[in-house]
Design a protein around this ligand. Structure first.
Ligand code: NAD
Length: 483
């Protein structure tokens, strides 16, 4: 199956923080892959903008090195040279006046204009203000804002208010790169493009839902930032929340930005407050290879969680009584992200007790090997009577779609192209972000007020024992964390 590439309109894209880690690892290599795929018009222009003094040639060398390291390189070396001709650089100070006039002079009037804020959140307001003050922002310009979007409800509201002084909501693209993943969009296609699932997608037929985002790495070089936020702020408030919304939302009337985002918002607003005994926080300890979390963040008294598991309820007609179990953590057994919809047992087994209990599970894998499996109960082959086994119907995209499907675009590639197209469906709206904070803030305030200390867990494990108990108490078990 060959995927169709529809070229976007001509654009000027300015990447503030163009010399930073995110730009080098994701944004620039992603743009290069879109260029190779023929999606970028030849006259499109990418301008790196950051504090470092550098000329176009210096930036192009940096971009070439980034693409070699993170972009898989070019099949045809000429392609990289042609791409680099589209790339330039202007030194700009987000907090000062330097460079803004030169940047303005670089931009064209007759094309889409987008500004990617790939800088720390403290600079978002400064950039927005200066884009207006120096006349770079036009009525159709877009800004792309990276995470974290606020630290709590109050700071997110303040940031929304600040950006709203300079840009209309239709011009603001708040990135959650989970929404750019192929499988996440496929989740909507599976739900709303087939008649098979939607009739069963409710409390009557679904026993519970599990959402797991597990990492094998620790906090790495982000210790200071991470210790200030923790797993709830860094992962649950945004990524896991977005996945929960797409699983739980009602069918939107159209696949259009506000239709989809209205439905997601309703889910967040229908979430019950989470009881403290339905939350488990963990912090990884040391092993023979490396020190533990507290040493990584250089804070021997840290009470920040590197793992969190919780049981949530969406109180609406569709989901009343169906638990949503969420967990995410660092230094776990395997790197995997998965949503599992666990259906109820058949109401009556005609095969007798020895056939065992069986239920269908639809597992949606975000990584590794993006794809889906549906566990179906069949007869165990052979002459041994009617014994039942669960067998996965496997739809790994790389297998199902052939060599082209294996080349699934990275989330950032797709999202940047959506910005140019002016499609906000896969971006978070301001009220959505605020509603998500309004749900997570009381949990965080609660454990801070109680002085809760996260439970220790071993690196390479599935998290603290208490997280296993969270499901065990309900007569359920987590799916294995495996690659
Ligand atoms: P970084 O520290 O590597 O880069 C920051 C960039 O901002 C640099 O290019 C620097 O020159 C520029 N900058 C700093 N101060 C400036 C100023 N006053 N004026 C102009 N430019 C200035 O950071 P990063 O890891 O690339 O992250 C950028 C943003 O993306 C952050 O908001 C981060 O939270 C978010 N993010 C990063 C990742 C990642 O994988 N790195 C993932 C998700 C979100």
């Amino acid at each position: 199956m060959v995927s169709r590439v529809i070229p976007v309109d001509s654009f000027d894209l300015v990447i503030f923080g163009g010399t930073g880690d995110l730009a080098r690892r994701k944004i620039l290599p992603g743009l290069f892959r879109r260029f190779c795929a023929g999606q970028m018009p030849p006259e499109a222009q990418i301008v790196g903008a950051a504090r470092t003094e550098m000329d176009d040639a210096g930036f192009r060398d940096m971009v070439r090195a980034a693409i070699d390291e993170f972009g898989g390189g070019a099949e045809d070396p000429g392609q990289l040279d042609s791409f680099l001709e589209r790339v330039g650089y202007v030194a700009v100070d987000a907090k000062g006046d330097g460079g803004w006039k030169a940047l303005k002079d670089r931009l064209r009037d007759d094309c889409v204009r987008a500004f990617y804020f790939s800088v720390g959140p403290a600079l978002f307001g400064d950039l927005a203000e200066r884009l207006r003050a120096f006349g770079l922002a036009t009525e159709t310009s877009r800004i792309v804002v990276e995470k974290p979007f606020g630290h709590d409800l109050e700071s997110a509201r303040a940031l929304n208010r600040e950006l709203a002084q300079y840009f209309d909501e239709t011009q603001i693209y708040r990135i959650d790169h989970y929404l750019g993943k192929e499988t996440v969009q496929n989740l909507m296609a599976v739900r709303f493009g087939n008649v098979l699932f939607e009739p069963l997608w409710n409390a009557q037929f679904v026993d519970h839902i599990q959402i797991t985002v597990a990492e094998t790495v620790g906090v790495g070089g982000r210790g200071g930032y991470y210790d200030d936020s923790g797993a709830m702020r860094d992962m649950v408030q945004n990524h896991l929340m977005q996945l929960l919304c797409l699983i739980a939302m009602e069918p939107p009337a159209q696949f259009e930005p506000d239709s989809v985002r209205d439905e997601k918002l309703k889910v967040i607003r229908a979430l019950d407050p989470v009881e403290p005994h339905h939350i488990v926080r963990g912090q990884y300890g040391a092993d023979e290879k490396q020190p533990g979390y507290r040493a990584h963040v250089e804070n021997e008294r840290s009470r920040t969680e590197s793992f969190v598991a919780l049981k949530a309820h969406v109180s609406n007609w569709r989901w009343a009584g169906t638990p949503f179990y969420l967990r995410t953590g660092k230094m776990l057994r395997a790197r995997t992200s998965e949503i599992a919809v666990v259906f109820k047992d058949a109401p009556h087994s005609i095969f007798g007790a020895e056939a065992g209990r069986h239920n269908n599970v639809l597992a949606i894998r975000l990584q590794p090997n993006e794809g889906m499996t549906l566990d179906v109960t069949i007869k165990e082959p052979g002459p041994g009577g009617m014994r039942l086994v669960d067998v996965p119907l496997d739809m790994t995209f790389a297998d199902a779609l052939g060599p082209d499907g294996a080349n699934v675009p990275d989330a950032y590639e797709r999202l940047v192209m959506d910005v140019i197209r002016g499609n906000q469906t896969l971006f978070m709206r301001g009220d959505e972000v605020e509603a998500a904070w309004a749900w997570t803030d009381p949990m965080i305030d609660g454990w801070e007020a109680r002085g809760d200390v996260p439970k220790p867990y071993d690196p390479g494990s599935s998290g603290p024992e208490d997280a296993l108990m969270l499901l065990h108490r309900d007569g359920r078990r987590w799916r294995d964390i495996k690659a």
